[in-house]
Write a protein that binds this ligand. Structure first.
Ligand code: MG
Length: 160
């Protein structure tokens, strides 16, 4: 009998002038970037939280606290690998992931497939099993004023 587990993740970061904008494992050219203790990659953080949620293992802040200098400026791809290992250790496989990034500027369409390719390769899944979507906030709220960026992710895990 196949056992399934669903997980949901959400993350948010402030945007600031002159910071780097790391998103989906890539450095996106833009005059503003996300502020955080790590490289502040909201998409990876949302996916990590979805994976951790699916195995009821808390959240990313619990495993990689922003008070620990060890994680200062860390490449979030390394965090994703560590989280994936926790999933695999429990004999779960990733069915599929669906994520949405909310960002006013820049347009992300030209970068989406490169992000999918980068993250699918880290997670060792088919690119067709990793969906990444992007939306603006129609100039409303903190996303719309370009004060911040957020991302949501859902994941389905299964164990045969
Ligand atoms: Mg974060």
């Amino acid at each position: 009998m196949t056992k399934h587990r669903i997980g949901f993740g959400y993350d948010i970061h402030r945007l600031a002038e002159g910071e780097e904008l790391w998103l989906g494992g890539l450095l996106i050219p833009h005059h503003k970037g996300s502020v955080g203790h790590s490289d502040a990659d909201v998409l990876i953080h949302a996916i990590c939280d979805a994976l951790l949620g699916a195995i009821s293992l808390g959240d990313i802040g619990m495993h990689f606290p922003d008070t620990d200098p060890k994680w200062k400026g860390v490449d979030s791809k390394l965090l994703l690998k560590e989280v994936l290992n926790k999933v695999l250790e429990r004999d779960y496989s990733i069915g599929n992931i669906d994520a949405t990034i909310c960002l006013e500027k820049p347009k992300l369409r030209p970068h989406i497939d490169a992000m999918r390719s980068c993250l699918a390769s880290i997670l060792a899944i088919d690119i067709d099993d990793l969906s990444i979507k992007a939306t603006t906030s129609e100039k409303m709220s903190f996303v719309g004023t370009e004060a911040g960026i957020k991302a949501y992710a859902v994941v389905l895990l299964y164990k045969d």
